[in-house]
Design a protein around this ligand. Sequence first.
Ligand SMILES: [Zn+2]
Ligand SMILES: [Zn+2]
Length: 125
Amino acid sequence: MGRISKFICPSCNMAWELPLGHGMRHATLGNVLNVFSEETRQKILADTEGEKAPVFEFNYCPAVCPQCGKMIAVPVIYLPRTGKTYVTACPDCEKEVKVFTKEDEILCPHCGEKTLQSDDVGRWD
Ligand SMILES: [Zn+2]
Ligand SMILES: [Zn+2]
């Protein structure tokens, strides 16, 4: 089950609610592949080739798009066998995003003054 986290900037009061983690439908690689681009799909398939039950870790992670100046939740897949990690680009501007973990200090992408405060506000599955 995933969680919904709210990120708030104490300086400009900008807030983002992001669905993080993963849902039930992300338990199989086939479903997870759908969220990635065709190019990335091919890479993931090559990395897991020959594995009967491909091992992967999949989560939506908090990310900042410096181009759009906002926070988004991006799908991230980690493949332990090859040690590769794949992330999708910003859906709005298609630029590379900066991915954070929940523990990271994230500087507000809107005003750049303060680090964001986060709180779990719900769950999703
Ligand atoms: Zn963007
Ligand atoms: Zn701010």
